[in-house]
Design a protein around this ligand. Structure first.
Ligand SMILES: Nc1ncnc2c1ncn2[C@@H]1O[C@H](COP(=O)(O)OP(=O)(O)OP(=O)(O)O)[C@@H](O)[C@H]1O
Length: 466
């Protein structure tokens, strides 16, 4: 049954984005099978809640498919927060402050336990920190020097001048890595610090939940009085969310005034994000803005070598140079290349050499090259029955807007084109591009009709059946 779960994971990996897979599915572990139920475990309550809300249908479907009969799953919490199992909502402790997931104590430094080296750390609120996303594992080049220095300075508390840093970059450039590195560093020195790590989407959901359950005051108090370090990712997701923006801006007012540490990350600067309140733009603007650019050849080579060392992969010099020369889009792509050569070598029993690397790189690059904004537009136009000329027109007709938004979203996800270029192709401004991406992402979460349509289009894109 353990193998069945492995196969289910692989099947799910093909159906959702790599980042969603990494966040929610990868940490799930097989425990045991009982009749028609597979018992699985995840690290904490927060993750459990998300998995149950968003992936129950998909997991049950794949489990049944792989078993050839109806099988469902039950999820238990195996992380340090398992003693909260009686409380279905980790954010509602029934008191005014958050409980530490490390122990029963309330208040700083009480009942807490040092995070063990090499073990993923659990902040007080939000997602777990990936154990390898530390400063030690981050390779510093010209492209990310400022971001590294600023986050390091903030984490080590050496300078009173840097209390808030805004990380700005395209996908796969290390924003999450650096944000989590700050969390690790602070927790390793002061385990009592109340670190909150989450995406803007999580913050929104938590707030909506608090409003629905009449607990908005508790929610606000938790952030204002219970948080020492706020690591908030994907700020662009706040576009158009007026109420969340208002509450977040007020929370930030408070946190800034009390000298708390703040890290934000986004693919657009606050003023570029459409439908953002002036209050929030101004609060975010108080942070130190640092951009991470694409790494140059030398840095790519150093990253590749460091990642290979860390994973115990022996990468011959020539191969490393070849891969660093070819995989230029972002660091995630480089890492995928490394994992590709290692797994191919392991499966086929071949040595890692130039031939093998060429095959892997060719796969990545060809896959990437064959997917262009034009090929995406053609496919989306066909699938939605909306002519290409309408997609680039000024039309505000609902069906045309939706089709255009999906094409923009897919162009962002499947090509390495910058947002400006994507906007130009559809005659749209940068702000509209961000709004389109956010709007589609939001609807995909509902797992409805659009989700299925996008899945089908993605399969066709990846198989090259444009
Ligand atoms: N300078 C670096 N040194 C080592 N690893 C890096 C570096 N930059 C990025 N990475 C690695 O690249 C991968 C992608 O990074 P990360 O997830 O932090 O990107 P991101 O900018 O947050 O992307 P997204 O916006 O898509 O979420 C991670 O595995 C990370 O460890």
């Amino acid at each position: 049954m353990k193998t069945v779960w492995k196969n289910v994971k692989t099947a799910i990996k093909d159906q959702i984005s790599p980042s969603l897979y990494r966040l929610w599915i990868e940490p799930i572990q097989y425990v045991e099978a009982q009749d028609d139920t597979m018992i699985l475990a995840c690290p904490n309550f927060f993750i459990k809640k998300r998995i149950v809300a968003n992936y129950t249908e998909l997991i049950n479907h794949e489990l049944s498919r792989k078993n050839g009969r109806p099988v469902t799953f039950s999820l238990q919490v195996n992380g340090p927060g398992q003693n909260q199992d009686q409380n279905p909502d980790p954010h509602h402790n029934g008191d005014n402050g958050p409980k530490s997931v490390f122990g029963a104590g309330r208040g700083k430094n009480r009942g807490q336990q040092l995070a063990l080296p090499g073990i993923a750390a659990q902040p007080m609120n939000g997602r777990i920190l990936r154990k390898d996303y530390t400063f030690d594992h981050f390779v510093v080049g010209h492209n990310c020097n400022l971001a590294y220095q600023a986050t390091m300075e903030l984490a080590s508390g050496k300078s009173a001048n840097v209390n808030a840093v805004f990380l700005l970059s395209g996908t796969g450039m290390g924003k999450s890595h650096l944000s989590q590195a700050v969390g690790h560093k602070i927790l390793s020195v002061s385990p009592g610090e109340r670190v909150y790590y989450m995406s803007a989407e999580d913050f929104t959901n938590e707030m909506v939940h608090a409003i629905k359950s009449n607990a908005l005051d508790t929610f606000k108090k938790r952030y204002r009085d219970g948080c020492d370090v706020l690591l908030l990712e994907e700020i662009h997701m706040l576009s158009g969310r007026t109420r969340t923006q208002t509450e977040l801006a007020l929370v930030l007012d408070h946190l800034y005034e009390s000298g708390k540490k703040l890290i934000f990350s986004s693919c657009a600067s606050p003023s570029e994000i459409p439908r953002m309140s002036d209050h929030l733009i101004s609060r975010l603007g108080q942070s130190m803005m640092t951009a991470i650019d694409a790494p140059d050849f030398k840095t790519r080579l150093r990253i590749l070598r460091a990642k290979a060392r860390c994973r115990g992969i022996e990468l011959p010099g020539q191969v490393a140079e070849y891969m660093a020369g070819e995989l230029v889009d972002n660091v995630r792509q480089l890492e995928n290349g490394l994992i590709g050569v290692a797994s191919r070598s392991c499966l086929m029993g071949d040595q890692i050499d130039l031939d093998l690397a060429e095959q892997v790189v060719k796969n990545i690059v060809t896959r990437k090259k064959s997917i262009t904004i034009d090929s995406i537009s053609r496919l989306v136009s066909r699938e939605f029955g909306v002519p290409l000329k309408d997609m680039i027109s000024r039309s505000r007709k609902k069906s045309v807007v939706r089709t255009r938004q999906v094409a923009i979203f897919l162009a962002r996800r499947h090509t390495s084109q910058p947002l400006q270029s994507i906007g130009r192709k559809f005659n749209r401004k940068h702000a509209t591009v961000i709004h389109s991406i956010n709007s589609v992402e939001k609807e995909l979460k509902l797992k409805g009709e659009l989700f299925r349509q996008v899945q089908i289009i993605e399969k066709k894109l990846e198989s090259g059946s444009d």
